[in-house]
Design a protein around this ligand. Structure first.
Ligand code: AMP
Ligand code: MG
Length: 413
């Protein structure tokens, strides 16, 4: 009888997360063309090399003038100025605007020396080289000063920051045609179980198609990793161990699903018993997925997730995603949590805290959390609806509708 199967000491989710995070080795950096950086994490901080804007910029189409020239403008008095230049976007003004003068200017163009305001075109009338001003201006009107948006040297993006649309705009504006990002963690995914069929196979009695490998591959990619789906492994510890150890030579971490509980053919349990790697834990005080186990081969982690699809999904979210974030120096490794009203009774008690798949909704200006109706760990079809995990504390009674619960947001990045 296997020792590891039955003598398991449950640790808390937080202890398990800390144990995993103790094995973080940061990914090395690589340069990637800017247009391919979406979803990557920065390997350097980015500071402003120059201010934005880096010249005094006109905010409107109109005339650059000296505000004092408009001091006498009133409903029954206008002022006429001499137009000395036309400045288009991208031009550099050639002349300094003197009192009594104006320069025609376009939005985004450089405001000429001497001018301290830009009057909107709609407030003027022009003919030949003259322009009539119909509004009293104040110095600074419609001019964006140097550095208003960003001052020189300002820290704009931190190391480990996830690159989305706004981050990409900053990188482009500061001339990063290629960007130092962390190399994507390579993640091998093994499904174990002699009942599993490849997705292209017709169903047979007693067999099911492998869905976990493909689900995990999506989670890995969302988390910024490269997913490598390995062949399905039968319930044979010897060949599984060989395949795992070979995979470790090529990848940064390995995920398995299935074979972690106390069945006769729970191969991961046997692998952990016989291999030369170490075991960090093999039981976590949580539902679903209490047999979730993590081992270390050399300095790389093996996440042995449950075979039950719901538990496999939750196990990835609780342990693998934070670890992958940490590999790429995310500053927010853990999921964010919010307090929400439980929208319906969850009356299943449990000796362990539960992480119930659910959906967040706004109701009467408050956040509600609706548990997925079908949330057993074996159930796969409700995973697609989960945008959060509702934390139901351990205890005999579960939680009642209207109670405040802590909810973990399933943020992708
Ligand atoms: P196990 O932990 O290996 O006993 O698996 C628990 C349950 O999950 C069993 O009903 C398995 O058939 C199912 N299962 C295991 N691996 C997968 C997989 N890759 N895809 C879908 N279901 C799976
Ligand atoms: Mg199995």
């Amino acid at each position: 009888m296997s020792g590891l199967k039955f003598q398991r000491k449950a640790i808390t989710v937080q202890e398990a997360q800390q144990a995993v995070l103790g094995w973080v080795r940061h990914q090395e950096a690589e340069e990637v063309p800017l247009a391919e950086c979406f979803g990557r994490r920065l390997a350097v901080p980015v500071s402003a090399e120059q201010p934005v804007p880096h010249f005094r910029r006109s905010g409107v189409d109109g005339y650059a003038i000296c505000a004092l020239d408009s001091a006498s403008v009133s409903p029954d008095q206008t002022v006429t100025l001499e137009v000395v230049e036309h400045i288009y976007s991208g031009d550099v003004p050639k002349r300094c605007v003197q009192p009594g003068q104006a320069a025609r200017i376009m939005t985004g163009a450089v405001v000429p020396e001497g001018a301290d305001s830009v009057i909107m075109l709609e407030m003027t009338e022009s003919w030949e080289q003259q322009v009539r001003i119909r509004k009293k201006m104040t110095a600074g009107d419609n001019i964006t000063p140097i550095g208003q948006e960003v001052t020189s040297g300002e820290l704009l993006l931190h190391e480990g920051q996830w690159i989305g649309a706004g981050e990409t705009a900053i990188l482009a504006a500061f001339g990063y045609s290629s960007v130092p990002v962390y190399r994507k963690p390579r993640v091998a995914i093994f499904s174990t179980g002699s009942e599993l069929l490849d997705v292209n196979k017709p169903l047979e009695p007693g067999k099911i198609r492998n869905s976990n490998s493909y689900m995990l591959a999506c989670q890995v990619q969302e988390a910024g990793g490269e997913a490598i789906i390995m062949p399905i492994m039968p319930d044979d510890p010897g060949s599984l161990e060989r395949e795992l150890l070979t995979a470790f030579e090529e990848v940064d971490l390995v995920l398995t699903t299935g074979g972690v509980s106390v069945g006769d053919k729970d191969v991961l349990v046997d692998v952990f018993e016989q291999w030369e790697g170490r075991l960090l834990f093999n039981k976590v005080a949580m539902r679903p997925g209490s047999p979730t186990s993590v081992g270390v081969w050399r300095d790389k982690l093996l996440f042995a997730l449950s075979g039950n699809p719901g538990a496999c999904f939750v196990g990835f979210e609780l342990f693998v995603r934070p670890y992958m974030r940490a590999l790429m120096r995310s500053s927010q490794v853990m999921h964010q949590e919010v307090q929400a009203y439980l929208m319906s009774d969850y009356s299943k008690g449990s000796a362990f805290p539960r992480y119930v798949r659910g959906t967040l909704v706004m109701k009467n200006g408050m956040i509600g959390a609706e548990p997925a109706g079908k949330d057993k760990s074996s159930i796969m079809v409700s995973i697609k609806d989960a945008d959060c995990l509702i934390h139901i504390p351990a205890g005999g009674r579960g939680a009642a509708a209207g109670e405040i619960v802590t909810v973990m947001l399933l943020r992708k990045n």
